[in-house]
Design a protein around this ligand. Structure first.
Ligand SMILES: CC(C)(COP(=O)(O)OP(=O)(O)OC[C@H]1O[C@@H](n2cnc3c(N)ncnc32)[C@H](O)[C@@H]1OP(=O)(O)O)[C@@H](O)C(=O)NCCC(=O)NCCS
Length: 181
């Protein structure tokens, strides 16, 4: 198990490290965007004033019990905080990955680069056989990321309550096997 304090992944254009209180202003600014919130079940819109600090508050406990190992995505060139990727142990043997990026950073391949790097780490570190992901119906960008990373649709769907839309939304499940990385 990698300790949160020493966790650091480097990719060609990014650094992935746990988010800290110093990221609060950037999270607050980037998350308060309906273009982001509409695809995330957990983001209210407008984003509450204490949203980032509330989120950051329980990062350590969620890292330690593996229920949400969140990594901040930092652009190397500028040092900018761009978004978050999480590797989550939902129940024994059932792993999930999720992510969001602030709108200024979309369309540059960052989510794909981050997901690939985080999953190499997670497969190696946790001995996962497979990892799941789900996206709202219609989220072509997230589908694109997952397909580029080698995920395939399982054919299963589920409903998630979206805080920003204030209704249940259909989700499509995808899976990546260790051998297809
Ligand atoms: C989903 C999200 C993280 C994608 O990040 P990104 O860095 O822009 O994605 P990438 O640049 O790595 O895109 C990977 C592929 O997805 C596809 N794609 C990206 N944006 C797309 C869009 N708006 N429409 C259709 N396809 C898109 C492309 O095929 C792209 O491949 P290409 O570079 O060969 O063209 C970003 O759009 C986001 O944060 N959205 C809001 C929150 C969200 O949807 N989170 C995921 C919830 S499941």
């Amino acid at each position: 198990m990698v300790g949160r304090e020493t966790m650091l992944l480097e990719t060609e254009r990014m650094i992935l490290r746990p988010p800290y209180v110093g990221d609060a202003d950037a999270i607050q600014a980037l998350a308060d965007n309906f273009g982001v919130a509409r695809w995330m079940s957990t983001f209210p819109h407008p984003y509450p004033e204490d949203g980032a600090l509330t989120y950051l508050n329980d990062r350590e406990s969620k890292w330690n019990d593996r229920s949400d190992m969140a990594l901040a995505l930092i652009e190397r060139r500028s040092g900018a905080f761009m978004g978050i990727l999480g590797v989550l142990l939902k129940e024994e043997g059932f792993w999930e990955v999720g992510y969001w990026l602030g709108e200024p950073f979309w369309g540059k391949g960052y989510a794909t680069e981050a997901t690939r790097a985080a999953l190499v780490w997670a497969f190696d570190t946790f001995g996962m056989d497979e990892v799941f992901a789900r996206h709202f119906v219609g989220n072509a960008a997230s589908a694109g990321v997952l397909k580029k990373c080698g995920f395939r649709y399982t054919g299963e769907t589920s409903q998630l309550f979206s805080k920003s839309l204030d209704r249940e939304v259909e989700n499509l499940w995808m899976v990546l096997d260790r051998n297809n990385q």
